[in-house]
Write a protein that binds this ligand. Structure first.
Ligand SMILES: Cc1cc2nc3c(=O)[nH]c(=O)nc-3n(C[C@H](O)[C@H](O)[C@H](O)COP(=O)(O)OP(=O)(O)OC[C@H]3O[C@@H](n4cnc5c(N)ncnc54)[C@H](O)[C@@H]3O)c2cc1C
Length: 385
């Protein structure tokens, strides 16, 4: 279906992005998967193209382009032609903006240029072994020691956890307040900051997900982002964009899974005809096609709303919920229509299936998305009883 939100400049940007992702990312994906991580140089190469932190002002190494459609294009092209484990969007639009929005001039001038060039790789550390969906259960704490903040605790499941040079770490700063969190910039090499092993996962084998440990890390005052008691609010504000990013990636992944399956069932034959000629296959694909087209319109509209600064949290939750559920449905049907081949690692659909499973869990699980949507309807058990 023709998409209506892009201008000619977006189309030409997509053409050059596609060439970049094919040449520099997709060509290495299989090797990265075997080695278990994306080469660091991928970030530098993306930086050289101007694809990182495009929203940042030119003085900080960006392009001053805040139009989310460009990021959407990068995400879609990376999923189709690059490597889903190359988390450039997490770097550029999920973590970088914390510095852009909350950082003072000194912090932006000091930190952003190397993020835009890809020399500094970014991550965000919220989740702990005892606190994921419910971040109010966070135990990592930071104490104000006058000249610095003393950080203690640990984080888990952190994306870009091994390569990351700079992490935004959420920590409790007000002991008796559930929402009293601060956001701290923790950099590679700080004494007491260690990372654990790369975690073995069901999918996303080239994504360097890891644990992080903080033992008496002295975080300079210059590395506090915004008000050290307002971190919970800052996280909530940025989660809208995080969910949009997740939705764009999930839908792109679903679209590719559909195409891979369509190609396969036109070729593979059983009982004297292509698998795609069976009514069951045709109906399954027809249902998925209709759902994909409908959701693409919804997501594209959400991108425009986000550009206009008016994407509500509940709408971001709706698209995150629907796209991640559809992504999993498409890839599950895709595996089924591939038959035994769908279970074989050498087939792309097999890898896509395991890569997709996390989409219903991270960036807020499907259940949490339903809570957000339900509460926006006034159905809030905390206020209703
Ligand atoms: C590959 C990967 C990468 C990740 N990257 C990062 C990262 O870079 N940074 C980071 O900070 N975190 C990251 N995470 C963590 C991720 O955000 C959390 O795993 C997620 O928020 C879920 O939290 P949890 O694992 O503690 O699950 P839990 O909160 O323990 O949830 C377990 C189950 O209970 C359900 N549940 C919880 N609360 C409710 C409720 N109120 N009502 C109904 N059901 C509920 C959940 O939906 C889920 O099904 C990553 C996770 C993975 C797997």
């Amino acid at each position: 279906m023709r998409r209506l939100i892009f201008d000619p400049e977006h189309d030409s940007f997509r053409d050059s992005a596609r060439r970049f992702f094919q040449r520099e990312i997709g060509a290495n994906a299989e090797r990265w998967r075997r080695q278990g991580f994306v080469d660091r140089e991928a970030f530098v190469k993306a930086g050289e193209q101007g694809y990182l932190l495009m929203w940042a002002d030119e003085q900080y190494g960006g392009a001053g382009v805040d139009d989310f459609r460009f990021e959407q294009i990068l995400s879609e092209e990376n999923v189709r032609y690059g490597d889903i484990c190359f988390y450039h969007t997490l770097h550029s639009r999920l973590v970088g903006p914390y510095i852009g929005r909350l950082g003072n001039e000194e912090q932006k001038a000091r930190l952003l240029p190397k993020c835009a060039s890809g020399e500094t790789i970014l991550g965000i550390a919220m989740t702990e072994s005892g606190a994921g969906s419910d971040l109010t259960g966070m135990k990592t704490r930071a104490e104000d020691k006058g000249g610095y903040w003393l950080l203690n605790g640990s984080k888990t499941y952190i994306s870009n956890g091994i390569h990351g040079d700079l992490f935004i770490v959420a920590a409790r700063t007000v002991p008796d307040s559930r929402h009293g969190l601060g956001l701290f910039v923790v950099e590679r090499g700080m004494a007491g900051f260690e990372r654990g092993r790369k975690l073995e996962k069901m999918g996303l084998h080239a994504q360097d997900t890891a644990e992080l440990f903080f033992e008496n890390v002295k975080v300079p005052k210059a590395n506090v982002l915004g008000d050290p008691a307002m971190g919970f609010k800052y996280l909530a504000q940025n989660l809208v964009e995080e969910r949009l990013i997740s939705a764009v990636g999930s839908l792109a992944h679903a679209q590719v899974g559909f195409d891979v399956t369509l190609d396969y069932i036109k070729e593979r034959r059983a009982f004297g005809k292509p698998i795609g000629a069976f009514q069951n296959s045709r109906f399954k694909m027809a249902e998925l096609r209709a759902q994909l087209d409908a959701l693409q319109v919804f997501v594209d509209q959400a991108v425009l709303e986000h550009n206009a600064g008016r994407l509500p949290p509940e709408t971001a939750a709706e698209i995150k919920l629907l796209t991640s559920e559809l992504e999993n449905r498409v890839l599950d049907e895709g595996v089924q229509l591939h038959g035994g081949a769908g279970y074989m690692d050498e087939y792309r659909i097999c890898r896509m299936f395991t890569d997709a499973r996390v989409s219903r869990i991270f960036a807020g699980s499907s259940e949490i998305m339903k809570e957000i949507i339900g509460r926006s309807l006034g159905l809030d058990d905390r206020k209703m009883s």
